[in-house]
Ligand binder design. Structure first.
Ligand code: TYM
Length: 333
């Protein structure tokens, strides 16, 4: 059976980008067609300046939202990364396989370290080693497929390189995984700045749709989205990134019509924005309703996470033990 693993960092409130780039497919197809594991990867939230209480709160909050979005604990495994020691155990071995050069080449490291330097915050060493931990998340389950948005593709490519290198040096241990990005909306852009990804850690929320935004606010944000000069509606990501972004969102929320073909049915930006707002709101309304019910019962969410961690541990343990033995560590007697 195919194994799928993916993760999400509790560094902010989930956005429409997270939903369309990753979560919606976890829910609609991945969990039903494979042995699927999804993790709130809290250790990854410590790589930049963080508030401990907020990370704790967002970890449970993220799990609650994933359940509200439709992850079904009867068919998939949902857990918090730090509840399963195997991730950190394996990460160190992969740091011993990765090179300093390849980690420094990661786009996210370059961007985030530049930002941290600018603000005088200091660059945490874990920001550099982050992809080794992400590779451990994936390889510990002998994962075949990693459903992610476009921005994570480079990290999954590195994971593949590390798996191949480890297997060549120390014997066949890991499955070599592949990234799977959605056809449409693999990179949802900020509604106020079409050159920037819609990201949950950004400070200014005007261009970001959060899954728990009031529905009126969602409509306002979309109606105020920056479109491009020009008037006709065409899907041209280079020349009209704002309009292309709206068409992608409409396509992904409205049942998957090809965004290029969709463009032909509009002759004004206003109508496109109205339909996009309607489609997004129809996706968010039921999710928010389920969220309200689940958030009232945190003990149930904790129960799901406990059971998920137990299952994840039982899968990861033998794989990580095998990696320890292969790389030359003496098994504990
Ligand atoms: P994170 O938490 O930034 O994002 C979670 C998922 O959402 C996708 N995504 C987007 N997709 C489309 N448009 C956007 N604007 C957008 N913003 C985010 C991301 O591509 C991702 O799929 N390093 C990972 C978390 C991680 C992980 C893993 C993922 C840790 N270990 C193992 C897969 C497998 C991250 O920071 O995702």
């Amino acid at each position: 059976m195919t194994t799928i693993f993916s993760g999400i960092k509790p560094t902010g409130h989930l956005t429409l980008g997270n939903y369309l780039g990753a979560v919606s497919r976890w829910v609609s197809t991945d969990q039903h067609r494979a042995d699927a594991l999804f993790s709130v990867v809290d250790l990854h939230a410590l790589t930049v300046e963080h508030d401990p209480a907020r990370v704790r709160r967002l970890s449970r909050g993220t799990a609650t939202l994933l359940l509200a979005a439709g992850l079904d604990p009867d068919v998939c495994t949902l857990f918090v990364q730090s509840h399963v020691d195997e991730h950190a155990r394996l990460s160190y071995l992969l740091e011993c396989v990765a090179t300093d050069g390849e980690l420094r080449r990661m786009i996210q490291y370059r961007e985030k370290s530049a930002r941290a330097r600018e603000t005088g915050e200091g660059v945490r060493f874990s920001l550099l080693s982050y992809p080794a931990l992400m590779a451990a998340d994936i390889l510990a389950y002998r994962t075949d497929e990693v459903p992610v948005g476009e921005d994570q593709r480079q990290h999954v490519e590195l994971t593949r390189d590390l798996a191949v290198r480890f297997n060549q040096r120390y014997g066949q241990t890991f499955t070599v995984p592949r990234a799977v990005a959605p056809r449409v909306a693999a990179r949802v852009m900020d509604l106020q700045d079409s050159t920037a990804k819609m990201g949950k850690s950004h400070a200014d929320g005007a261009g970001i749709i959060y899954l728990l935004d009031e529905l009126d606010t969602v409509r306002k944000k979309i109606m105020r989205a920056v479109t491009d000069s020009g008037r006709d509606v065409v899907h041209d990501r280079a020349a009209r990134p704002g309009v292309a972004n709206l068409l992608d969102i409409l396509s992904a929320c409205g049942g998957g019509d090809d965004p290029v073909a969709l463009a032909a049915s509009y002759d004004s930006y206003g109508a496109l924005k109205r339909d996009t707002a309607d489609a997004v709101i129809e996706v968010l309304r039921p999710l928010q309703k389920r969220h309200a019910a689940l958030a009232a019962d945190p003990a149930e969410v904790d129960r799901v996470l406990r059971a998920g961690a137990e299952r994840a541990r039982s899968l990861a343990r033998p794989v990580v033990d095998a990696a320890y033995a292969a790389i030359g560590l003496l098994p504990a007697a």
